[in-house]
Design a protein around this ligand. Sequence first.
Ligand code: SAH
Length: 216
Amino acid sequence: MQDSYRHKGLRRRLIESIKAKGIKDSTVLEAMNKLPRHFFLDKAFEELAYEDKAFPIAANQTISQPFTVAFQSEQLRIKPKMSVMEIGTGSGYQASVLALMGARVYTIERQEDLYHFANNMFKKLNLPQIRTYFRDGYKGLPEFAPFDRIIVTAGAADLPKELIHQLKIGGLMIVPVGEGVQTMTLIKRTSEKEFARKELQEFRFVPFLKGTVGRK
Ligand code: SAH
């Protein structure tokens, strides 16, 4: 895998376009400027890696659109050393962006193929601050909870209740909620039993599904 001057130039242009679409957080923009997105895509899509589009990855899933990754990352207001649980590792791109922003990332994937792909990628990129789990994300990771932040990168039909209880008090969760089209929803745990909810703009994600799928 090579990150050429050409890739870097294309990436800088992509970051400029994301900025023009309203992303302001410089830690998000800097992390995305460092990370070679073409590493996470099939060779067939390498030429397109720096367009602001989602692309197919293994197991009929997608790597999120760069603007979506930037939007979710910005909403989380990450500070160095925060613990972040991600549901839906997919290619591993979003988890890598969070790691480059200084987070300690716990990421869960239900498709075994993707879990192995991402796990290898984190090794290649030397990102030991990301831990990868092959599990059903609906259950979260109770043994490591509570988390400072939670990010769901698959479209949930309803707000996943198990997960909000794995947030620290004062912690934030960003989750796309809805069937077909999802409303990006920001949850803040304000006390042991209370949660504030803010609805943001609409996005389209692959569905949040139950159970796990083993290697074929
Ligand atoms: N964050 C990813 C985007 C992945 S698309 C990236 O940066 O590339 C959403 C992912 O969520 C898919 O890989 C899908 O398999 C996964 N997913 C869906 N339901 C899940 C569940 N219950 N637990 C864990 N992962 C799940």
